[in-house]
Design a protein around this ligand. Structure first.
Ligand code: COA
Length: 186
């Protein structure tokens, strides 16, 4: 049976990620959700917060494990004795970036295979930035993230229902990004 990793920043995890993950859990012996310690990305949630949220949302999936990694995805793959990198392919705009990443990972480690899963239709336009932005502006994200994530967003951003729009600043960690949400990847 094949082991897989599902890398990402997960700032925060969304129903779109969970959709991919729950389907991957049916296909692979073990799936390791690995949260990237990405120094280039400014995150709203700290690494321990992101890990805790993901663990809380995936506790019902017995073959899903959650940890973090720093450095190359292919090194993380080796660490778990895994062969597959799982990625979601949401739209045509994802393709170029994913194509480059899959080929580069293959170049770095010829055993690395990337498997793409299409998210369910209702999640194709989701990303974490748009969730942070809606929550920071006081909108509801209940359709897009688990309840625990929504609640953590509200407490971090100080945008509880009825409290009106506040600063969008986090409590100790970095603020939500101010750039407009994008549907595609970098
Ligand atoms: N549902 C909802 N949102 C999704 C999604 C899904 N199924 N799949 C991706 N997204 C969102 C993410 O939340 C992210 O949102 P944000 O940019 O608004 O925060 C956005 O789409 C981009 O996702 P992704 O491409 O997975 O970026 P990431 O930052 O989450 O993860 C790594 C990028 C960690 C996979 C990548 O940087 C990496 O591999 N780093 C390791 C270094 C390395 O090995 N480099 C060489 C590889 S070529």
């Amino acid at each position: 049976m094949v082991k897989a990793i599902y890398p990402g920043t997960f700032d925060p995890i969304t129903n779109g990620h969970l959709d991919i993950l729950s389907r991957a859990a049916l296909l692979f012996e073990e799936v390791h959700v690995v949260v990237a310690v990405n120094v280039r990305k400014s995150t709203l949630f700290s690494l321990p917060e992101r890990l805790e949220l993901i663990r809380g949302c995936t506790s019902h999936l017995s073959n899903v494990h959650v940890s973090s990694f720093e450095g190359l995805t292919v090194d993380c793959l080796r660490r778990f004795g895994a062969k597959v990198v799982i990625r979601g392919l949401r739209a045509v705009s994802d393709f170029e970036y994913e194509f480059q990443m899959a080929l580069m990972n293959k170049k770095l480690d010829s055993h690395c295979e990337t498997v793409y899963l299409m998210p369910s239709e209702q999640y194709t336009y989701l990303n974490s930035s748009v969730i942070r932005e809606i929550a920071a502006l006081g909108g509801s994200v209940s359709e897009f993230v688990p309840a625990a994530v929504e609640s953590k967003l509200r407490s971090k951003l100080g945008t509880g229902r009825g409290s009106g729009r506040k600063s969008g600043r986090g409590s100790g960690t970095k603020p939500g990004r101010k750039k407009p949400a994008r549907s595609g990847k970098k």
